[in-house]
Structures are given as structure tokens and as C-alpha cells.
Write a protein that binds this ligand. Structure first.
Ligand SMILES: [Zn+2]
Length: 436
């Protein structure tokens, strides 16, 4: 997969510096300021730490939730806040901006940069609250009956807050193995933002040896999720008065035939598989979510658009499924359409796509995360995350974070306080492990 590589010059300079320094196996001046712990005893290091107020996870959550980082907005206020917070502990951040310069991913390392270590990753954007019936202000976190309410509490600022609040512990531990942070943007609109950061990381000689994405799994360890491919089809018809219908090409009707065909593929996948019963939905699903067409009943509609998606199991080829749909449209329907109007037909555009995740249950990152989470088994989930993309650049990745996906994206989104406490204990054990 290829990604655009244009970076603001400051990002480029930082990246090159990091790369060069890592290659020479010595600390990267641009990323590891004086005071960065390098596994030396803590006393001297503490004197070098600049003053940053320590915050509890709950205080940090309150701060993060107050930034309206709906994907359509800039996330830079939140990123600047995190950068300044890290800076206060003497930890330098690498920002990777998008092409507009209004959004950024953040990458930072605590500890030595010449070893792999573990990366904690999450997205900073949230889904919109438009049209949702909230009982409190979604941007002001409210604690009630052991639950913390607010947009992003479960998906996934709760995790980010616990990670950030644990920073003093990670620093004090003087990790011998590095901890990396990778905070992304535009996850909720198709895992778009992180790709630029990963395109850079892909070529680093020293990459994180494993990654934990903190999407809500109720602190279970998830090793696999489905992949997704979503598309928009534009049906080009031919307009005329509806009383002369045979002289037109009805875009809505042809769209309906394809939507029905998609439904047939969905039924086939549900009936015939392939199956993996470790997933909550154990087969590949096909779904049409949006359709627009026509202007008035007495006009044969010229245009119709619809959006559809495949959420596929590992081993299922989404291109083959799309090829089947496209073949039906262009070989079965299009000749009939063109006999009436030569300009009629179909155009297709990919909306988004991300690969599935499929990490071995006996991979080192899996066993490490299981021991940190103190769980015995692993799970698989239907929803997508950035984990598949991270795995794709050669970093074994699992998902483990506080909260339940059932509360994500909904009004009155919440995370149980007990989940946050479990995540804090996870970070304590991780700090101890990295110090060894
Ligand atoms: Zn998420």
C-alpha cells in the first residue's frame, strides 16, 4: 500500500534526525531531550524533570473529553496539550501532520530508542454527537453511579487518559525497555490518519516490537478483527418524463437490483461461510447503508448513489467480492441500459478500506498483554481498528482497552470506573515489566 509522504518541514527534520540517530545507535537529540530516562538510577533524572502537574486518570479524562475532536474538526488543541504535557516530563514528541496541517498524529518514546519495546496506541478523534439525545453535555465528563459519561469515554479517550496519567510511573521506573506512544487522528472515518505515521515508521530500523491498541475490549485481549472495504456506486441513468418510462434508464431501479444482489451475497456468506465462531458475527457481512436517488415521481431518475461495505474474515478476498458485484452490474445490467442510452452505466469509488487483524495467540505481544491484563484467553471482534494497519508494517499488535464497544458511538457513552481502575493496574504492571 502506498501513502502520501509530504510532511511539513519540521516533521521531516525530526523524522530524519530520529532515523539517523537510531542508525548510529545513540540517543536522538531531537526526540530525547536531556532528562529523558535511559535506564539510569532515578535520583539524578528526577532533578532534570521539568515541572508538570501530575494528573489522575480521571482528571486527564476530563481534560481530553473537553476537546471536541469530532473527526471533522482539527485535533491540534488536544495534540498540543498532550505534547506540552509530555514536554513537561522532558519527553519530546514527533508530530506527523496531515496534508491540511490541521490534524496530527503524535509519536513519543520513553526510554532507550535503540530497542523495540512496546507501543501503546489509540486515536484522538471521536464520532459526532449530532442528532443524538444526550442527558448531559457530551464534552463535560460526568461521573454517576460508578460510570463516567462523555463522548469518547469508552472510544477511546479513557485509555489515552490512563496512559498519560501513568507517565510519571513509567518515567520513575526508568524503563530499560522503551515505551512508545502513538496517538492518531481520523480513525473513525476509515483509519485514515495513522497511515501517514505508519508509512514513516515502516522504514525505521528500530520499530516497536509489539503494539497494544486500547480500543474498548473490557480489558480482554483481542488478537483478531475483521477487515473492511466500503464503496460508493454511482448509477448513471437517463432522464425522461415518467409517462415515457421505456425511453429512460431508471437509475434507482438499477441501483435496487445491485442492492438486492449484495443482499444475496450476504445471505450466501451467512449460509455457506467461511465461518470463524470465535467472532461475535462469525462470517463475512455485506451491507448497504446509504442510498440517494431521484427527484420527483414523474421523472425517470438519472442518478442514484449508494454506499455499501464488506466486513470480511481473514482469508476472504474483498476484491473478489467486489469483482462479483461489479461483474453483475457491468455484464448483466449495463448492456440493457446502454441499449436505451449510451451514456448510462456505473462508476465506483472506494470510500475506505482497512485490513483485518490476525495475530497469533502465542505471539509474544499476546502472551505479554495477557499477563499484564491478567486474563487467560483471547477474543476476536467484528469491529475494525488501526491494529490491522499496524500489524501490516511488521509490528505484532493486539487490542486491549477499558470499556465496552456496545457503549461506543451512542448517546450517553460511558465507561465503568472499574474498567479505568483495571486499566490503571495494567499500566502499573507494564511499568514494572519495562523496568526489568
Ligand atoms: Zn475507536
Amino acid at each position: 500500500m502506498s501513502y502520501p509522504l509530504t510532511l511539513p518541514s519540521t516533521d521531516k527534520a525530526l523524522l530524519l534526525q530520529r532515523h539517523r540517530n537510531v542508525n548510529k545507535n545513540r540517543p536522538a537529540a531531537g526526540l530525547t531531550p536531556v532528562g529523558q530516562p535511559t535506564g539510569k538510577p532515578a535520583g539524578k533524572m528526577d532533578a532534570l524533570i521539568m515541572t508538570t502537574a501530575e494528573m489522575t486518570s480521571i482528571e486527564m479524562m476530563r481534560r481530553l473529553i473537553a476537546f471536541d475532536t469530532t473527526s471533522r474538526n482539527s485535533n491540534l488543541q488536544l495534540i498540543d496539550f498532550v505534547r506540552d504535557y509530555l514536554d513537561g516530563f522532558g519527553i519530546k514528541s514527533l508530530l506527523v501532520h496531515d496534508d491540511t496541517g490541521k490534524k496530527a498524529n503524535l509519536f513519543a518514546t520513553i526510554g532507550p530508542e535503540d530497542q523495540g519495546g512496546i507501543c501503546l496506541s489509540g486515536h484522538t478523534d471521536v464520532v459526532p454527537v449530532d442528532g443524538q439525545d444526550w442527558h448531559s453535555d457530551p464534552w463535560q465528563m460526568v461521573e454517576k453511579d460508578g460510570r463516567l459519561y462523555g463522548r469518547g469515554t469508552a472510544d477511546m479517550k479513557g485509555f489515552l487518559a490512563v496512559v498519560l496519567a501513568a507517565l510519571p510511573k513509567f518515567r520513575a521506573a526508568g524503563p530499560k525497555t522503551p515505551l512508545h506512544l502513538l496517538f492518531s487522528h481520523d480513525e473513525e472515518v476509515g483509519c485514515i490518519g495513522v497511515r501517514k505515521a505508519l508509512a514513516l515508521m515502516k522504514d525505521w530500523q528500530v520499530k516497536p516490537a509489539g503494539c497494544i491498541v486500547g480500543e474498548p475490549t473490557e480489558m480482554q485481549v483481542t488478537t483478531a478483527h475483521k477487515g473492511k472495504k466500503s464503496l460508493r456506486c454511482h448509477v448513471h441513468g437517463h432522464e425522461c418524463h415518467s409517462s415515457l418510462a421505456p425511453q429512460g434508464v431508471n437509475a434507482v431501479e438499477y441501483a435496487a437490483e445491485i442492492v438486492a444482489y449484495l443482499k444475496q451475497i450476504g445471505r450466501r456468506m451467512a449460509a455457506e461461510g467461511p465461518f470463524d465462531h470465535d467472532y461475535d458475527v462469525p462470517y463475512t457481512t455485506v451491507h448497504t447503508g446509504v442510498i440517494h436517488g431521484g427527484t420527483a415521481l414523474n421523472i425517470v431518475p438519472k442518478d442514484c448513489h449508494f454506499d455499501f461495505e464488506f466486513r470480511y474474515l481473514p482469508g476472504v478476498d474483498p476484491e473478489a467480492l467486489f469483482g462479483e458485484v461489479r461483474g453483475f452490474a457491468e455484464e448483466r445490467l449495463q448492456p440493457e441500459m446502454r441499449r436505451v442510452a449510451a451514456e448510462s452505466g456505473f462508476s465506483w469509488r472506494e470510500i475506505s478500506a482497512f485490513p483485518g487483524l490476525n495475530t497469533a495467540t502465542d505471539a509474544e505481544i499476546t502472551t505479554t498483554t495477557k499477563s499484564l491484563a491478567q486474563v487467560n484467553g483471547t477474543t476476536k471482534v467484528a469491529y475494525g481498528t488501526e491494529a490491522g494497519l499496524i500489524q501490516e508494517i511488521g509490528i505484532p499488535t493486539v487490542i486491549c482497552g477499558p470499556g465496552n464497544i456496545a457503549q461506543a458511538h451512542k448517546p450517553d457513552e460511558y465507561v465503568e470506573l472499574a474498567q479505568i481502575r483495571q486499566c490503571e493496574a495494567f499500566m502499573d504492571r507494564l511499568a514494572a515489566r519495562l523496568a526489568r
